[in-house]
Ligand binder design. Structure first.
Ligand SMILES: NC(=O)c1ccc[n+]([C@@H]2O[C@H](COP(=O)([O-])OP(=O)(O)OC[C@H]3O[C@@H](n4cnc5c(N)ncnc54)[C@H](OP(=O)(O)O)[C@@H]3O)[C@@H](O)[C@H]2O)c1
Length: 227
């Protein structure tokens, strides 16, 4: 049976990934900052274990990595922020606080999550590490605005590229996946796809991930993206 760990599992794409994998019969370790408020997550049927985790709390990450002793086939670092709320993210106006906090969550929190559960992936059959990134982190595709968010995802993409090269020899596959423009709190109501469509597509791409010295930078639909 497949075991999956997902961060930011209480809403948006993380919630739908949890629903998807639980529906497939997987054991899901669903992590969120405030389990007592995660009503939708608590209602998902199946083998879902809810854990408290703020991915910027490095002490808690270490504790949780010890609490979960079983191998984890697929580790999905999904938690992320667009930046500090209601702040201008133009190059001229983006604040130092916004840059730091967005990097703390989207880069450091994501990398630390994947590293904390790397030993669990190593011991598993599936051996997959996945970061949910964004097309907005593509330098080839970039324009203006959203500087804090874009920079955090570009940096994450580089970290995942290094991870792929480093871990290929151990048979560990590394995915750097864009979920599409999704109708969530972050994506807003005008997104192109529902969280369900995104989760289903991401799971299919994750299923096909293979160890490679280049990380996969792919959208939920399987389209390869320019770095
Ligand atoms: N939606 C899109 O169109 C889109 C497009 C490209 C990429 N993405 C990426 O997809 C991922 C999920 O996005 P989404 O649309 O589902 O966003 P969302 O609806 O805003 O949900 C974000 C999730 O991340 C969690 N989170 C934020 N900071 C955290 C922290 N420090 N520790 C633990 N959890 C934290 C949130 O928890 P709380 O409820 O506690 O805040 C929430 O569960 C993100 O990495 C995002 O950058 C989304």
């Amino acid at each position: 049976m497949t075991t999956v760990l997902i961060t930011g599992a209480n809403r948006g794409i993380g919630l739908e990934l949890t629903r998807h994998y639980a529906g497939e019969g997987a054991t899901v370790h669903a992590c969120c900052r405030t389990p007592s408020e995660a009503r939708e997550l608590s209602g998902i049927a199946g083998s879902v274990h809810i854990h408290q985790l703020d991915t910027t709390d490095h002490g808690r990450l270490g504790e949780l990595a010890k609490e979960i002793s079983e191998p984890i086939d697929i580790v999905i670092a999904n938690a992320g922020i667009y930046g500090l709320p209601d702040e201008d993210q133009s190059f001229e106006k983006v604040s130092a606080e916004n840059l730091s906090r967005t990097l703390e969550v989207n880069l450091t929190g994501t990398v630390e999550t994947l590293r904390a559960f790397l030993p669990h992936a190593r011991r598993s059959e599936g051996k997959k590490l996945v970061a949910i990134t964004s097309k907005m982190g593509s330098i080839a595709d970039a324009s203006q605005g959203a500087v804090a968010y874009r920079v955090s995802k570009t940096a994450l993409n580089m970290a995942m590229t290094c991870a792929a090269a480093e871990l290929k020899g151990e048979g560990i596959a590394v995915g750097t996946l864009h979920p599409g423009w999704v109708r969530t709190d972050m994506g807003g109501p005008n997104g192109n796809i529902s969280p369900e469509e995104s989760a289903k597509g991401l799971a299919k791409v994750i299923e096909g991930l293979k160890p490679s010295d280049k990380a996969t930078f792919t959208s939920f639909s399987g389209e390869d993206l320019p770095w």
